[in-house]
Design a binder for this molecule. Structure first.
Ligand code: PLP
Length: 391
């Protein structure tokens, strides 16, 4: 007999009954400091009063009507995202992978509407991650994601991140766009140099290509800006968001400039649930909180404090960690021992983190953390490391 639940995950043997701010309360009766935030999703912590109010208020009105009808919450949130970013229009969906699917379709549709359907290929980067649908695993190109799911969706080429000459060399007559995460999150919090992003923007401008940024993990305040592209001074043509946009309610968004958005004509794309009233109520409340004066400054400040603390931990435990990576509260510690060992030891000591590629432990606390929780986390990390050193 196999378990009734599909065995595609290997979760830690721990579940939670309650959450409050940056803490989760386990079924084992213990309190955990949550520096995983549901993999960069619960950006406002757990049971944030404004999100609870928005959800419960909407729940007593109307949950779902489908996109057969106007959804005022969508129009309002789209306008707010347009006002706050490079974008001219927004499409709402339910997850990150779906947002990327929309972005990929937008790239193809844009060139098709221009009368150049032969331009459809997208250049992506090695070790990137864009979701688990057939097109998004092809977009990432990693063999561990593709194994067993062939044939691979056509239309993606891959180069290592950081070398603009290799990107230039990969461009052909069929190239339509470049797709990149400003920080490769699942890949181990590898920050893409702003100069490289600027070089990609210039290349796209020079060669008539679209630049698509996957900000599903980096977006919505995680790096101290609403979106990480703001650190580099460039703007994309297409940007995808999800995760923190809903603060834990499943929602995704694909943002685009006018020339691209106009290609998505009536009937060209859609989703039954995408942007339903419940999702829009919660995402609207997330944006309300994040747009409050000082919210992003707080992320920057806490990010700096956490970084300082973590540098001290690396100094005190040079046999466990070799490097700190990241921006704002999107941080990763590259481990010298197996990251799973550190991850498990931290759970024993009452802190939750997320594993990442390249043997990294990711630290993705809720953006509302305070100095007290940073100190608490550093103490837990020190204690866990000391125990690991003493074997
Ligand atoms: N893109 C990036 C950069 C991500 O980090 C993720 C999820 O980890 C995704 C896409 C996929 O998002 P989802 O799991 O909501 O489909």
């Amino acid at each position: 007999m196999i378990p009734a639940l599909l065995s595609n995950y290997a979760p830690a043997d721990l579940s939670f009954e309650k959450g409050e701010g940056p803490y989760l309360y386990g079924n084992d009766g213990r309190r955990y400091l949550d520096f995983a935030a549901g993999i960069a999703v619960s950006a406002l912590g757990h049971a944030h009063p404004q999100l609870v109010a928005a959800l419960t208020e909407q729940a007593s009105k109307v949950w779902h009507v489908s996109n057969l009808f106007r959804i005022p919450g969508q129009e309002k949130l789209a306008q707010r995202l347009v006002d706050a970013t490079f974008a001219d229009a927004v499409y709402f969906c339910n997850s990150g992978a779906e947002a990327n699917e929309c972005g990929i379709k937008m790239v193809r549709k844009y060139f098709s509407e221009k009368g150049e359907p032969e331009k459809y290929r997208i250049i992506g980067f090695e070790d990137s991650f864009h979701g688990r649908t057939l097109a998004t695993i092809a977009a990432a190109g990693q063999s561990k994601l593709l194994a067993g799911f062939g044939p691979v969706v056509e239309g993606f080429d891959h180069v290592p991140v950081g070398d603009i000459e290799l990107v230039k060399a990969a461009i052909t007559e069929a190239t339509a766009a470049i797709l990149i995460e400003p920080v490769m999150g699942e890949g181990g919090i590898r920050v893409v140099e702003p100069e490289f992003l600027r070089a990609l923007r210039k290349l796209c401008d020079d060669r008539g290509l679209l630049l698509m940024l996957d900000e599903i993990q980096t977006g919505m305040g995680r790096t101290g800006k609403l979106f990480a592209y703001e650190h580099s001074g460039i703007v994309p043509d297409i940007l995808t968001s999800a995760k923190a946009l809903g603060g834990g309610f499943p929602v995704g968004a694909c943002l685009a400039v006018e020339k691209v958005a106009k290609a998505m004509t009536v009937g060209s794309h859609g989703s039954t649930y995408g942007g339903n009233p419940l999702a829009m109520a919660v995402a609207g409340a997330v944006v309300d909180v994040m747009m409050e004066e000082g919210f992003l400054d707080h992320v920057v400040e806490m990010g700096n404090h956490l970084k300082q603390g973590l540098m001290g931990v690396i100094d005190r435990h040079p046999d466990i960690f070799e490097e700190l990576r990241g921006i704002g509260l999107h941080l990763g510690l590259k481990c010298k021992i197996e990251n799973t060992i550190v991850f498990n030891k931290l759970i024993e000591h009452g802190a939750l983190t997320a594993k990442g590629g390249d043997n990294v432990v990711r630290l993705l606390p809720p953006l509302i953390i305070e100095d007290a929780q940073i100190s608490e986390f550093i103490s837990i990390l020190d204690a866990a490391c000391t125990e690991l050193e003493n074997g």
